[in-house]
Design a protein around this ligand. Structure first.
Ligand code: NAG
Ligand code: NAG
Ligand code: NAG
Ligand code: NAG
Ligand code: NAG
Ligand code: NAG
Ligand code: NAG
Length: 539
C-alpha cells in the first residue's frame, strides 16, 4: 500500500511539474476578460486603412493582465498582421509578475508603468511577434528578471523567430547589469531607455549587450552614476542618432564619442560634473545638431575651440552657475544655429572678435556681419551682464531682436554699471551705450558700493581720529606751555626763600631778580607811555 501511495504521489508531482514547465502562465490566474470594457476603457478608430484598438486598464488595482483581448476588438485584432494596432496600458496597477501577453498578430504597444513589477515571465512575446513598444518604466525590475528568453518569438523551423520590438523603456528600475545576449531576439530595436538605473559601471556583459544592438538609434543612459563609457561601446552602433548621458558623473568627454562621428545628431551631457570643456571636445561630431551642456554646477570654462560644431542648430548652455566665459567665436562655425540658450550662467560679457576668427574666410560679405542669419531664439536671462559697448555690439551681431523674454516675463537685465543696473537689455541699444559717458564719479560707486561705503567709513573714522588726536596734542601742548610758564615764574621767585640760607649769592640773585622784573615792567611802561605820547601827539 505504502509503495502505491508513494508512486501516486510521485506521479502527481511529475504531472504538476510537467504542466508547470509546459505553460508556466496557465497555473497563474489572469484577470477575467468578461465584460472587461465596463471596467477598462476600450476604443477603436480607423485612420487610413489602419485600425487602432485602445485598451486602457490604468489604475484598476489589477494584480494580473488579461489572458485574451476583449471580445469587442473582434477577430481582426487578433489575426490581421499589418494594418491593425493595439495600444494597451495597465499602468498604475499592482502587477508583481508580468505574465505572457495575450496572443495577437497585430502590432502592439504595451505599457505597465508604476506597476511594481519585480519579475517577467519568459517568454513574454511568444504569441505577440509584432510587439512594437514595451514601456516598463518605474518598476522594481532587477538583473535577474532580464533574461534573453524573455524576448524570443514563436518557435518555427528549428529556431525561435525574432520579435518586432523597436522601443524598449526600462527606465527607473533597479537594473545593475544586462545579460550579454539579452537582445539576441530583437533585431529591430531602435530605442533603448535605461535611464535611472544602477548601471555603475557599465560592465563587460552590459557593454556587449548594448553594443550588439546595431540598429539602435536612441540610447538613454542618463542618471546611472556613470563615470566613463567603455571604449568599444559605440563601435558598431552606426545608426545612433540620439544619446543621453545626462545626470551622470562624467568629468571629461569620453573618447568613444568620436566613434559616433557621422551619425550622432543629438547629445545630452547636462548635469555632469565637468570642470571645463577642453579644446576639440566634440571633434568629429560633424552631424551634431542639438547639444545640451546645461546644469553643470562645476563648469567654469569652455576653452577656446571647445564648441566647434559645423552642423549645430540648438545649443543649451544654461544653468551653469560658475560659467563666466563663453567663447562665442567658436560658434562662428555653426552657421545653422537656430536656438542658443545662455540663460542663468555667470556671464557678464560676450566677446566676439570677428576679424580674428578663422571662419571670416567666407566669400560672402554678408556672412561676416551676420554669421548667424538663421538664429531665431536667444535666451540670455539671469546673467550679471555688464552693459558696455562691447556687449551690445556682440548682441547686435547675434541679432538683438531674437533675445527672448521668458514666458513669465523675466528678461535679461544689466547688473553693472550702476547707472544701468536693473534696466532691461531690450531697452538699450549699442548706439546708445557706445555714446554714453559713464561719469567717473559714479564708476567707483558702481563697481562695489558696499566696499566703497566701508572705505569711506574708514577714511571718515581716520580723519575724525586724527583731528581728535591733533586737537588733543594742541591742547596738551598748550597746557604744558602754560604750566611751564607758570612754573617758570614760580622758580624765579622761590629761590629767594630757599637761597636765603646760603648767604653771599643770595643778595646777588635777590638783587638781580627784581631788577629784571622791573626792567620788563619798565619796557611795558615805556611802550604804553610812547603809545600815549603818540596818541597825545595825534590829539
Ligand atoms: C485602403 O484599402 C483599400 C483596399 O483594401 C485600397 O483600395 C485603398 O487605397 C486604401 N486606402 C488607403 C488610404 O490606403
Ligand atoms: C498569426 O499569424 C500566423 C501566420 O502568420 C498564424 O499561424 C497564427 O495563428 C496567427 N496568430 C493568431 C493569434 O491569429
Ligand atoms: C537639457 O537637459 C536638461 C536636463 O536633462 C533639460 O531639463 C533641458 O530641457 C534640456 N534642454 C533642451 C533644450 O532640451
Ligand atoms: C581681436 O583680434 C585682434 C586681431 O587679431 C587681436 O589683436 C585682439 O587681441 C583680439 N581681441 C580679443 C579680445 O580677442
Ligand atoms: C581661406 O580659404 C582658403 C580656400 O578657400 C584657404 O586656402 C585658406 O587657408 C583660408 N584661410 C583661412 C585663414 O582660413
Ligand atoms: C552668399 O550670398 C548669396 C546671396 O547674397 C547667397 O545666395 C549665398 O547662399 C551666400 N553664400 C554663403 C556661403 O553664405
Ligand atoms: C526703458 O523702459 C522704461 C520703462 O521700463 C521706459 O520708461 C523708458 O522710456 C525705456 N527707455 C528706452 C530708451 O526705451
Amino acid at each position: 500500500m505504502k509503495q502505491k501511495f508513494l508512486l501516486l504521489f510521485l506521479a502527481i508531482t511529475v504531472l504538476l511539474l510537467a504542466t508547470g514547465v509546459q505553460g508556466q502562465h496557465e497555473d497563474i490566474p489572469y484577470q477575467p476578460v468578461t465584460n472587461i470594457c465596463q471596467t477598462c476603457t476600450c476604443g477603436s478608430s480607423q485612420v487610413n486603412n489602419r485600425t487602432n484598438f485602445n485598451l486602457d486598464c490604468a489604475l484598476q488595482k489589477f494584480e494580473h493582465i488579461l489572458a485574451r483581448w476583449p471580445a469587442e476588438f473582434g477577430s481582426q485584432a487578433i489575426a490581421t498582421v499589418a494594418s491593425t494596432e493595439i495600444v494597451a496600458t495597465f499602468s498604475g496597477n499592482n502587477i508583481k509578475l508580468l505574465q505572457q501577453l495575450p496572443a495577437t498578430n497585430a502590432s502592439l504597444t504595451f505599457s505597465c508603468r508604476h506597476c511594481g513589477i519585480q519579475d517577467l515571465q519568459s517568454p513574454l512575446f511568444m504569441d505577440v511577434p509584432n510587439v512594437e513598444a514595451l514601456y516598463l518604466s518605474w518598476n522594481e525590475l532587477s538583473d535577474d528578471a532580464l533574461v534573453p528568453d524573455l524576448f524570443r518569438g514563436p518557435f518555427r523551423n528549428t529556431r525561435y523567430e525574432p520579435i518586432g520590438l523597436r522601443d524598449l523603456d526600462l527606465s527607473h528600475n533597479k537594473i545593475a547589469r544586462l545579460d550579454r545576449r539579452l537582445f539576441e531576439h530583437t533585431p529591430h530595436l531602435t530605442s533603448l531607455n535605461l535611464a535611472y538605473n544602477k548601471l555603475t559601471p557599465l560592465d563587460e556583459a552590459t557593454t556587449a549587450a548594448v553594443a550588439s544592438v546595431v540598429t539602435l538609434e536612441r540610447l538613454d543612459l542618463s542618471h546611472n552614476g556613470l563615470k566613463s563609457l567603455p571604449a568599444g561601446l559605440f563601435l558598431k552602433l552606426k545608426n545612433l542618432r540620439t544619446l543621453d548621458v545626462s545626470g551622470n558623473e562624467f568629468t571629461g568627454i569620453p573618447a568613444s564619442f568620436q566613434q559616433l562621428g557621422n551619425s550622432l545628431v543629438q547629445l545630452n551631457l547636462a548635469e555632469n560634473p565637468f570642470p571645463s570643456l577642453k579644446e576639440n571636445s566634440f571633434q568629429g561630431l560633424v552631424s551634431l545638431k542639438r547639444l545640451n551642456i546645461s546644469g553643470m554646477p562645476s563648469l567654469r570654462s569652455l576653452e577656446k575651440g571647445a564648441l566647434r560644431l559645423p552642423a549645430l542648430e540648438q545649443l543649451d548652455c544654461s544653468r551653469n552657475s560658475k560659467l563666466e566665459r563663453f567663447e562665442l567665436a567658436d560658434l562662428l562655425e555653426s552657421r545653422h544655429l537656430l536656438e542658443l540658450d545662455l540663460s542663468r550662467n555667470a556671464l557678464s560679457g560676450l566677446v566676439l572678435n570677428i576679424t580674428s576668427s578663422g571662419s571670416s574666410n567666407s566669400t560672402n560679405a554678408t556672412g561676416n556681419t551676420e554669421p548667424w542669419s538663421r538664429l531665431r531664439r536667444l535666451n540670455i536671462v539671469g546673467n550679471p551682464w555688464n552693459c558696455n559697448c562691447d556687449l551690445f555690439k556682440t548682441l547686435e551681431t547675434l541679432g538683438i531682436a531674437h533675445i527672448e523674454r521668458e514666458t513669465d516675463g523675466t528678461e535679461a537685465r544689466c547688473e553693472t554699471p550702476y547707472l544701468l543696473a536693473g534696466s532691461p537689455l531690450s531697452n538699450l541699444t549699442a548706439e546708445r551705450i557706445c555714446k554714453m559717458v559713464i561719469p567717473k564719479k559714479y564708476r567707483e560707486v558702481d563697481e562695489e558700493p558696499p566696499r566703497f561705503l566701508r572705505r569711506r567709513y574708514i577714511i571718515l573714522t581716520a580723519i575724525i581720529a586724527s583731528v581728535v588726536l591733533v586737537i588733543g596734542l594742541v591742547i596738551g601742548f598748550v597746557v604744558v606751555c602754560v604750566r611751564r610758564r607758570l612754573k617758570g615764574s614760580d622758580y624765579g621767585i622761590q629761590p629767594i626763600r630757599y637761597t636765603s640760607v646760603r648767604g653771599s649769592n643770595l643778595s646777588q640773585i635777590s638783587q638781580l631778580q627784581p631788577a629784571s622784573v622791573a626792567s620788563k615792567f619798565k619796557n611795558v611802561h615805556a611802550e604804553s607811555s610812547s603809545g600815549v605820547t603818540t596818541g597825545a601827539a595825534n590829539a
